[in-house]
Design a protein around this ligand. Sequence first.
Ligand SMILES: Nc1ncnc2c1ncn2[C@@H]1O[C@H](COP(=O)(O)OP(=O)(O)OP(=O)(O)O)[C@@H](O)[C@H]1O
Ligand SMILES: [Mg+2]
Length: 598
Amino acid sequence: MLKYGKVNKPPSMKNPYKLSQNHNQPPSFEESLATILPLFVGETRNLIIIIITVLINIGTGVITPYIITRAIDGPIANKDIQTLAIMSLGLVILYIISAIAAYGQARIMGYVSQRVLFRLRAKVFSSLQSLPIDFFNRNKAGDLISRINNDTNKINQFLSEGVLRFTSLFFSLIGIAAMMLYLNWQLASIVFILTAIILIITRIATPFIEGVNKVGLENQGALSSEVQEGLLNFNAIVAFQIQDYYQNNFNKISQAVYSSKIQTNILNDSIAPLYTFVANLSQIILLAIGVSFILSGSITIGLLIGFLAYAQKFFEPLRILGSIVGSLQGALAAWTRVQEIISLESNLILEEDKSGLKKRKTKHILEFENVSFGYDEKQILKNMNFNLEQGKTYALVGPTGGGKSTTASLMARLYDPQKGLVKLYNKDIRTHTAEDRTKAIGFILQEPFLFSGTIGDNIRYGNPDLANKSNAELIEILKDNNLLDLISDFEYGVATNIENNAISIGQKQIISFIRVLLRRPQLLILDEATANIDTVTEQNLQDIINQLPDTTTKVIIAHRLNTIKKADQIFFINQGILTPAEDFQHALNLIKTKDGES
Ligand SMILES: Nc1ncnc2c1ncn2[C@@H]1O[C@H](COP(=O)(O)OP(=O)(O)OP(=O)(O)O)[C@@H](O)[C@H]1O
Ligand SMILES: [Mg+2]
């Protein structure tokens, strides 16, 4: 009985791994909180200090104009120098405390914010790592890079600076409003009416800002994708002399980024002058009305001066709050894009059998039972049935695009079938742990890939037996396995550094070969693994493969017929349909007629 673990649903034919580009639905509050809160774990002490410093700042900001009011109406009016000196000293001390608090707050917030960013990026990256290959097929690397780099940064800026400023401004607004009401409610209502007008205008502008910010982020992602694609394929661009074409594409996207950025900036920046204007306007109105109040004797000069200071202080946070709303929209758009990755659950997760790989003497190491598969809606493999016996050599042949590499990918569980079952050692391949599976199956891809580093590093990667071996030990191991000659052409042997492209495909294949052979897999899958290797070296590799233990099952995909001549069984794959050939001659006929029916 197969037990499904975390994810119960089989992958649908419609691809669930395509990230959306227009996000109309931001993630739910609970979902967001579940991701954000853990980012702040261990920061409690720092957060408390930050809150205290914020409170100190708000307190001094709210209290100082009141002290000035009292000073003007009291000691200044009465020419009481001594009290005035004490009050001034008090003010200076308050300002110093406030400055120290502000410094401490900025400093601690700097630490916290970098740690939060670090954790957020790690979280997104580990979510990415858990996703199946399908996901990476569907989404452009540039878009993903942009989500990991830019979007996380936007979110972090908002979380660390935005939230803090928002709360501190919000509470100082309340404090100032209370003080204004306390000083004179009539003057205060004038300030509130002006505030209401600004808020209404901001509210009308917000949807525009929101929309433009979203478009801006998407354009940014598209630009990264374009640059990445161009840089990766620059030799093709030069070979075909299509620089103009590429340049045009680039310009188009770059132009879109430029326009949307300009738009966002204009929108964001147009709010600020509006606030300044209203703030100045309010000063004039308050002054006019305040003077008439003074003349009628209902308020003092000190009170009016204090009140004007409060009103000025009131519009300043209001203005900043307005700009924070802009950054909130940006952060929300970024958050939607990041959360989308985090909440994608990998359907690769099944309840795994941790009992370890039992290398029982099963006859069939691998079986396909009614396997159907498509990368997307289009079906590629159609109802495949076959089994691989231990120790035998199989060849997959067939026309280009017939489905050989796809079949091999499913054997190694790079993808899961949409229908049917792949069994490894008589058990659903999905129930083996990844470790057991990769130990059992060695796979050389049609397009070999090496990491930057030395040849030795590349041979050691993912092989626990070699992880701690020095270069000298590695050389001994290579010698024992007759593999050392293969890399004799490299100037520094295993210590040779491999730069990204400064190595031929054949050389890459040889290194991939060594890597996979040293793992001693029970099932070795070679997808055109020698297609780019000269015939002499290919023969050497053939000899080395022949020295593998008899129990090793081999699956060879090759177009060169001499490579497959010795196979125990040839499978012909055309249009996703597998036909077992009766013998070599039958296979040749199938290849010639190409329809598998002859
Ligand atoms: N990553 C992918 N996404 C979508 N379709 C794909 C992908 N890889 C292959 N295909 C499609 O699947 C079909 C089978 O491709 P596959 O690579 O298995 O053929 P192949 O027999 O290995 O061909 P070749 O001899 O050229 O290596 C082709 O029609 C191809 O277009
Ligand atoms: Mg192929």
